[in-house]
Design a binder for this molecule. Structure first.
Ligand code: HEC
Length: 135
């Protein structure tokens, strides 16, 4: 009798642990650093919010550098001097250097404004690291 009680308690505990495990697994998946960053779902919204007002035809960032960020293709094309993204190499990519403040402050991006949030900086870095995919 005692043994039976013990085992049913054990089963309950087991179920509880399984549930906790499931929650943990979901949380890990959502927060997982190795999850593939999506250009359309994650990168583009950051660009729209932080960069686009200056980096489209007629705006100062575009007029001065030639960098248009309205589409994946134009972003990858870069400035009139060439690409700003080296897929797989966030340390060498001008885009990451500028938003991370690794270049001279006078050319940090967004131009003349506060740095974008760390979470967005990290996301841009991860995206470039994973090959700057059009996904
Ligand atoms: C307030 C306007 C403004 C915003 C917002 C802005 N930029 Fe710029 N950006 C400029 C101007 C002006 C230039 C050209 C002068 C320069 O290079 O500093 C430029 C140039 C650049 C360049 C080319 C630098 C080079 O190699 O000459 C990159 C890369 C760039 N911006 C990235 C970004 C990114 C990424 C964002 C969003 C996080 C952003 N910019 C937001 C104004 C802006």
């Amino acid at each position: 009798m005692e043994q039976k009680e013990g085992s049913s308690r054990g089963r309950l505990l087991g179920a509880g642990l399984a549930l906790a495990g499931l929650t943990l697994a979901t949380a890990t998946l959502v927060g997982c650093a190795e999850r593939t960053v999506s250009y359309s779902a994650q990168v583009q919204p950051i660009i729209e919010r932080r960069c686009l007002e200056c980096h489209q035809p007629g705006a100062p960032g575009y007029e001065e550098s030639g960098l248009e960020m309205t589409s994946y293709a134009s972003l990858m094309q870069g400035t009139r001097f060439g690409p700003i993204i080296e897929p797989g190499e966030p340390m060498n990519s001008i885009l990451n250097q500028l938003v991370e403040g690794r270049a001279h402050p006078s050319i940090a991006m967004p131009h003349g404004r506060d740095r974008i949030p760390d979470s967005e900086i990290a996301l841009l870095r991860k995206w470039v690291e994973q090959g700057a995919l059009d996904n």
